[in-house]
Structure formats: structure tokens, C-alpha cells
Write a new protein. Structure first.
Lengths: 172, 433
């Protein structure tokens, strides 16, 4: 371990030390094929918008979010989603006839029935939070689909992150 | 002709007692399949062809077991259909250790006799010979039974070619999915859909007489446990309590199910449900997730998954109640326990360096053998002879089924005619004739 570290440090020293002697000439700054230091080239839209119009804002941008996501192996509502849960609590408090079904989900890793348990843990965490904010237990039901209903069908980390979630489903 | 039977196995051996050290051994498994000859069967009937190529069914059963290498028909010096015509010298020259001969005789419009004989080439004697009545509908089953008898005579292990598997498929249809619960022969033939739904179907479990399946269905966005009789298609809802109703498994006497119930508060615990009275008895009370219960074959214990220690591990509790006892200690993730029907081994989903794989633990020695090589393998289920397991693995984005011998040496992909994602295979008990 420390041996490898030594090699790495040594290599770094050689590379850094070697730099001044092996300076690569600056590429032609006007040649866009050698972009900046990011390695990627981006095109800026200079001057007039070629479409000559205005962007329309998303009319649902301020609306209540109907799904919140969870970290790996966690059923804790993330700080950035606590406001969403609070708004659902208000919604349910303002309309005592409304009921919500909290649908808990897990990513596909591991065994299926255990994942049902993990999904349920997430929907219960949201349920507890709603109840702490005064929502009546009779307005909430929970169901866990575990890994059975993925939102994203792939098997990358990004897909898994989309699948670890609780969905709010309003009934009436 | 060499089959690709060699592969690398990671064997995790746990030294027992106080010094629980982890030892990783790299084992190269090599199987030497026995050469045998299945001579094309004779046909004595009113039509030009026999209703089923019986020799082909026996041939592929034996070959798929990985323990036998049936020789090509072209290599046969003689093709007798009656035992009396077998020339042992010829077969010994060809290099096979056993020969199967037989024929199908038509005895009525839809009535046949299937007969076969198995010979030991070196011992020059008949090992087993049998005559079985069959119809067109039962001919394939009779051929599998013949293969079972041949397999048992040659290996000393009961054959499972006449058994079935149940599994769930999910087929994408636009944004939604169509779920099916399917029963087929163990070789993937004779697929029969017993239930279809737009909502998920999970956790099929065979009754000990293999006449019923219990399963979980999410019809109406709510989990319920059903028991369905295969012959009639009739089903009844045995549990639909608030919250989770999941993970059913039959007791050895077939009268009870072990199930997971969550209730309104979502605390998953293990319960025993009497199928006739619908009465439940709670077995665990821990705040952790307790699920995936399964009975020991002697009916004394229920093994289950619990994350009461942090990650999921396998525990067992006396079936009539008591304090749960932890069974698995190797690694941070051991779930979905299933016992071998002989009660000696425990199969589970085990996290092996980031990959979810099927592992088998010898309950006496406590050592863990990782049997599968996938990234996301799940749902292990033992064949009724305790010698083979079936499980689900990934091929690209789709789930497929694989079987592996309990020693890890012989592995086979099981094809399914159904498209989509195949998951949760469960092997039936031995059929009762």
C-alpha cells in the first residue's frame, strides 16, 4: 500500500519536475478543436438568438413534487426534500378528505422480498414525517413495490438513484 | 466434444470456533462426463412417425445434467430397439459405458406403451428395464421418468427430469409491464401461464404435493397472498391485511404458510398463517425487517432474513416460537434463505465483493460456497434431489434462469420461450403419481 503510494508520489514528482523542460507549445487559441482545459468543446451562442423568441418557463416549476429520492441503503428523507414533504402535509391538512398512498421503491440490488422491506421503510419514513406535521393517519396508506416497478430500467448508478424513491399518489 | 465445464469457483471457508478466519480458495472444477449411448427408439404403430422422439428427450435430459456425454447417432455400430439384440462388444469398441434401447408400441387410438432397457456395457447386464403406459399427452412425462430411472441407476442420485419449475416473467409494454406466473417442465418445455397481471407478481412457492402455488400479487396496488390450484386454476386470497403481505412458503405438511406481514406501521415480521382458518401467529417482533421465511424440511424451524444486526443476515427461530438465532456471519449481506430438501444445506443471496451471488452453506461445517458468477443473481431454489439449484441471473438487461449443481461444477442456462425478464424460479417437489 505505502509502496504504491511512494511510486505514485515519485511519478508525480517526475511529471511536475519534467514540465518546464518539456513545455508543449500553446495551441493556436483560435483553433476550436483544441478547446480549453476541460477537454470538451462548447459552442457559445453569441449575438442574436437565431430563433428570435423567448423561452417559456415551465408552468409546473413551482408545483408540488410528487416523488422524492433516497440515498443508497437509506430511508432518511434528504434535507432538500423536507420542504416537499411539508407541502404535502399542508395539502392534506387543507383537504381532510384527500388521502395519499405513499409508494415506496428500492433499486434492484439484492433479494426481492428484502427490497420490499426497504421500500416500505422509505414510505414509512415519509408517513412519520407527515404525521409529525399533523396529518391524520387515516389519510395515509403505504405500499412498497420493492424493485418490482423501476422508474428507470437500466442498471447504472444513475438508474438506481432514480429507482430509490417514494411516490405520492393522491386518491380523490 | 469437450464441454466447457471447467470454471473458477471462489470457495469461502470459515474456520469454526473462536478463530473465525476467512480463507479464500480458488478451485478449478473439472467434470468428466460419462459416455453413454441412447439408441433411437423403435416405433410400432399405425402412423409413419411416433408421437414423440423419446430417445431425444432422454438424450437431452442426460446431457443437460452435465454428468453424461451421449454419443452421436452416427457413431453407433448397431441400433437395436430390443435388449436381446444388444452386442456388448460393439458398444465397448465405441467406448460407451452404458446403452439405452427401447421402443414405443401403439396399443390404441391414443394409447401407447413406452419400453426401455439400460445396460452396463462392461458388466454385460441389464441395470433397469421398464414398460410404461402413455398417451400422446403424457408421453413426454413418461420419457422424463425413464430418464430419471436411468440417471438414478447410473449416479445413485434421484433424477429430477420429471419435475417442474414455476417462475415470473415481466414483459415491457410501452410504459407499463405485463407480469405472468408460469409453470413449465424443468427443461423449459410445456410452458403454461397460470396467472397474468398488469401489477407485479412475486414470490411463487410450491405446496409440498406440487398441486398448488402460493404467490404475492399487487392487484389494485396492494399486496395480497393467493393460493392457486394448478389443475383447476381456482385461487383464493389467504392474506390481504393492511400494509405488506409477502414472502409465502408452505409448511412441510402443506397446512400452513410462513408469511411476512407489515401492518399499518410497516414493521415487517414473520407470521405463521393457517391456510384453512386464516388465523395468524406472530413469530418475530423485532423492529428490523424480518422477511423471506422458509421452513426446515423437518418442520421444526423457520429460517428467515433479518437486518436486526445492521445488514441482512439469515436467522432461524423454532416454528412454535422462541428466540431467533443468527445462522450466517460471513459477509455483510446474506438474504433469501432456502434449505435443501435433505436439510443439510442452506442456499442464499450473498454479497460477494460487491456482486450479489448465490451461495450455499453446509449447515454442519458452516462453510460457504459461492456457486454463481453474476452481478445480480437472486432467488435460489433447490431441486427436490438437493443436488441442483435454479436461480435468476442477468443477461444484458434481462433476467434469465440458470441451474448449477450443488458442488458448483456443472452449470446450465435454462432457456425460456417467453420474452422479457424472467425471475424468481422455484423448483417443484417430486411429483406424486
Amino acid at each position: 500500500m505505502s509502496y504504491l503510494k511512494l511510486i505514485a508520489v515519485g511519478l508525480l514528482a517526475v511529471l511536475l519536475g519534467g514540465c518546464p523542460q518539456n513545455t508543449i507549445p500553446d495551441p493556436d487559441p483560435t483553433d476550436t478543436t483544441y478547446g480549453g482545459d476541460s477537454g470538451a468543446t462548447t459552442g457559445g451562442m453569441s449575438g442574436d438568438d437565431p430563433y428570435g423568441g423567448d423561452a417559456i418557463p415551465d408552468p409546473f416549476a413551482g408545483e408540488l413534487q410528487m416523488v422524492i429520492y433516497f440515498d443508497f441503503d437509506s430511508s432518511e428523507v434528504r434535507p432538500q426534500d423536507q420542504d416537499t414533504v411539508a407541502r404535502h402535509a399542508m395539502e392534506l391538512g387543507n383537504n381532510m378528505r384527500a388521502t395519499v398512498r405513499l409508494e415506496g421503491h428500492a433499486d434492484e440490488r439484492g433479494s426481492r422480498e428484502y427490497n420490499i422491506g426497504l421500500g416500505e421503510r422509505r414510505s414509512q419514513a415519509v408517513r412519520q414525517m407527515l404525521m409529525l406535521q399533523g396529518v391524520s393517519a387515516s389519510q395515509i396508506s403505504t405500499v412498497s413495490f420493492g424493485e418490482e416497478r423501476p422508474a428507470s430500467f437500466g442498471n447504472s448508478e444513475a438508474d438506481y438513484a432514480q429507482n430509490r424513491r417514494v411516490e405520492f399518489k393522491y386518491i380523490n | 466434444m469437450l464441454k466447457k465445464l471447467g470454471f473458477v469457483l471462489w470457495v469461502l471457508l470459515v474456520a469454526g470456533g473462536a478463530a473465525r478466519a476467512e480463507l479464500v480458495i480458488d478451485v478449478q472444477g473439472i467434470a468428466q462426463p460419462t459416455p453413454v449411448a441412447i439408441v433411437p427408439f423403435g416405433w410400432e404403430g399405425r402412423t409413419p412417425n411416433m408421437p414423440l422422439d423419446v430417445a431425444e428427450v432422454i438424450n437431452s435430459d442426460l446431457e443437460r445434467s452435465g454428468r453424461f456425454a451421449p454419443i452421436d447417432e452416427m457413431k453407433m455400430l448397431q441400433k437395436p430397439t430390443d435388449g436381446a439384440d444388444v452386442d456388448f462388444q460393439d458398444w465397448s469398441f465405441v467406448g460407451v459405458e452404458a446403452v439405452v434401447v427401447g421402443k414405443v408400441i401403439q396399443t390404441g387410438d391414443n394409447a401407447y406403451t413406452l419400453q426401455f432397457q439400460l445396460f452396463d456395457v462392461f458388466g454385460r447386464k441389464q441395470l433397469v428395464g421398464y414398460r410404461m403406459p402413455a398417451s400422446r399427452g403424457t408421453m413426454r412425462g413418461a420419457a422424463h421418468r425413464a430418464a430419471d430411472m436411468i440417471y438414478e441407476k447410473l449416479t445413485g442420485i434421484k433424477g429430477v427430469f420429471g419435475t417442474k419449475v414455476a417462475y415470473v416473467t415481466a414483459t415491457r409494454q410501452g410504459d407499463s409491464r405485463e407480469y405472468s406466473l408460469i409453470v413449465s417442465d424443468q427443461d423449459g418445455e410445456n410452458e403454461y401461464t397460470i396467472m397474468e397481471s398488469k401489477d407485479p407478481i412475486m414470490s411463487p412457492a410450491w405446496s409440498p404435493d406440487s398441486r398448488q402455488l402460493a404467490y404475492v400479487s399487487f392487484e389494485g396496488s396492494k399486496s395480497s397472498i393467493f393460493v392457486q390450484t394448478l389443475r383447476t386454476g381456482n385461487r383464493f386470497k389467504v392474506s390481504s391485511k393492511p400494509g405488506i403481505n409477502g414472502a409465502p412458503a408452505f409448511s412441510p405438511d402443506g397446512r400452513k404458510l410462513v408469511v411476512t406481514l407489515g401492518g399499518v406501521e410497516g414493521n415487517l415480521d414473520i407470521y405463521v398463517l393457517d391456510i384453512t382458518s386464516r388465523q395468524t401467529r406472530r413469530l418475530t417482533t423485532h423492529r428490523a425487517i424480518d422477511t423471506e421465511g422458509t421452513w426446515s424440511p423437518d418442520g421444526r424451524y423457520i429460517f428467515f432474513t433479518s437486518d436486526r444486526s445492521g445488514g441482512p443476515q439469515v436467522y432461524r427461530v423454532a416454528a412454535n416460537g422462541g428466540t431467533p438465532e443468527r445462522i450466517t456471519f460471513e459477509g455483510g449481506y446474506n438474504a433469501r434463505p432456502r434449505l435443501s430438501p435433505d436439510g443439510t444445506r442452506l442456499a442464499m443471496v450473498h454479497n460477494d465483493r460487491g456482486n450479489y451471488r448465490i451461495a450455499v452453506m453446509n449447515l454442519a461445517r458452516k462453510d460457504l460456497l459461492v456457486l454463481s458468477t453474476g452481478r445480480q443473481d437472486e432467488s435460489p431454489s433447490f431441486a427436490p434431489n438437493s443436488d441442483i439449484l435454479i436461480y435468476a441471473t442477468r443477461q444484458g438487461r434481462n433476467g434469465v434462469l440458470e441451474t448449477v449443481s450443488a458442488d458448483g461444477l456443472i452449470r446450465q442456462k435454462m432457456a425460456s420461450g417467453q420474452g422479457g425478464d424472467v425471475r424468481e424460479p422455484v423448483w417443484s417437489p417430486f411429483p406424486r403419481f
